[in-house]
Structure formats: structure tokens, C-alpha cells
Design a protein around this ligand. Sequence first.
Ligand code: PMP
Length: 307
Amino acid sequence: FGTPYPWVFVDGAFVPAEEARLSVLANVVSYGTGTFDGIRAYWNAAHQELYLLEAAAHYERMRRSARILGLDLAVADPVPATVELLRRNGVRGDAYVRPLLFLAGEQLAVRMHDSGTRFCVAATPVPGDYIDPRGVRCMVSSWRRASDVAVPNRAKVIGSYVGPALAKSEALRNGFDEAILLTGDGYVAEATTSNILIRTGTEWATPPVTDDILEGITRRQIMDLLGERFGIVVTERRIQRSELYACDEALLCGTAAVVVPVVEVDGRPVGTGGPGETTVALQRGLQAIARREDHRHHEWTTPVYEE
Ligand code: PMP
């Protein structure tokens, strides 16, 4: 991602990024006490318009994350503020929006309350149309997903990304592009910041939300599109590691990743070793919806500049 845009939204006001400062003693810095989300905005040059993809759904998830943590997302509807943030920054290109709700008080106490909750939204440019057509080579990580009994997996908790960060670095150091994490008891969960779907024969499957995944919004969009366009009902079921080695097609999906073909797992080619046909169709299909090049699912997108 590129240099962040100069204006950020902090507790109800738009301020220059250099004024949006956080103490090194802020509770979140030591303990990761907070939640965040990630929303993508897609630029359509022909329309000269920027579209936020499923902003309301992302804030709904953030509100649930906050509730799990016992924090209060005080803003009634953060979507208009997000639209205004992108306008103020004059964003004319693909962007990534990062809302954060965290404990900013300087009490160095390990607890989830009474420490000055702040809500901020920042945005950064993302290179347009970035999709590696060759797909990604994955390793099954030696790091596993934290169980929901330890860290609430339904919430996008700031501190809980240390595990995925370790897994990603391990994968890159070992010459892979991405890591796939298993649950504590050894079932496939997800990649570091994206969900996984696999096809074996005609069956498409994805781990259930009870297998310690983050319930991805892109995952839901992909399941919708598979149903609408291909008549495929995705099975949500436990997936074993060896199914990753035996499957015919696999994809990762998430707000940042969009849709990425998995072409190899632990040195075994997935299917023919190239991007799956359906995966490529989903990649294109979702982006076309996000940029409103496709007339379907306008309810997923919010125009930023339209009056
Ligand atoms: N899993 C994890 C751990 C993630 O961080 C993300 C990114 N938010 C996802 C899955 C994909 O979720 P979404 O499609 O909502 O971006």
C-alpha cells in the first residue's frame, strides 16, 4: 500500500494525519486492546467515480467486534464519515480504508475498559488491478489459529494478528507467498488475512465459522456469486489438511487480497498448477461489481462523489 492520505477521521473530526498522534504509552500499543477493519474503495475511471465495497457490512462487523470486546462504537453510522474522508483526500484511485477502535488512555493496565476509547479512520492508496495472475504458493504454517476460547475469533482484534504475522514471515522465509493456518486440532482454518475455499471434483467447500476463522465479507460474496452464476452451493464443513493436497482448485479471498488463486500447497500443485477457471471468473466478476462495471449487486457499493 502507498503513502497514507493526508486527512484522517478522529473521534468525529477530520484532522491532518500529522496531528493524529498517539502516545507510546497508549494502552493499545502495549496490549493490542482494540479492533479494526479494512474496507476497499474501487475507482472507475469511465464513471470518474469511487465506490466503497460493502462499507455497511464492514462497520456492522466492527460493531459486533466492539460488542465482543465490551467497547462502544459511538458513531451511529460511520459510512457517511468514511465517504467524506475519501472526498477530503480527493481520492481518485483504488484505496484501502482502515477504521480502528482502540484504548488510547495511558493507564498501563491489562484490561478492556476505562482507557479512553478512540475511533479513527485512515485511508491509503492501493495499486489498481493488483492481482498476480500466476496465483500464490502456500505452505501450511507451523503456527495455528488461536482458538475462540483464548481470543475472540469473531472480532477483528488488533493484538490477535501476531499469530498471522509470524505465519506470514515463516512462509516468506521458506520461499512461499502465503501461509495457511490450521485450527488447534488440525483442521484447515484460513490464510493470514483471507479465507479459503477449495473445490474437489464438483464440491466447493470452506471451513465453518466455528473453525476459528474470521467470518469474511468477501467469503460471503464469493459464496453468493458461486450460487448465482454457477448454481453452486458451497459446503461449510471441516476440511482436513490432506484435502488441500488433493483438491482440484483453491482460492483465497479477502478485502485486501480480493480473490487469489492458490496454485500450490506445500510443494504439491493444486489441480493443474495454474489458476482455476472458476477462480478467475470470480476474480473478474467481483471486481466488475465493485467498480459498477456490472449492473448486478449495486447494493454492495456506495458511490463517494455522487451527490
Ligand atoms: N481472515 C482474516 C484473519 C482476516 O484478517 C481477513 C481480512 N479482514 C479475512 C479473513 C477476510 O475477511 P474480509 O473478506 O471481510 O476482508
